[in-house]
Unconditional design. Sequence first.
Length: 69
Amino acid sequence: MSEPEILKSSADWQTLVEDKYIVRDPDGWDRSNFSLSWAELITFEEFEKRAHESTVQYTPDYLKSLSDT
């Protein structure tokens, strides 16, 4: 039996990744009904897919951690 997928709103997922990036221009979401799309319960994988289709701003600490590796 597989584990149930965790569903959260995009706002909830955003709080979990805000130390890495913030969605600034949400092209990956349905902009014709953005409030509903942002509140929709989705998986983290779907959140990341939508974020990668959007304009995001990476935090300086996260960018620095990338260059340190």
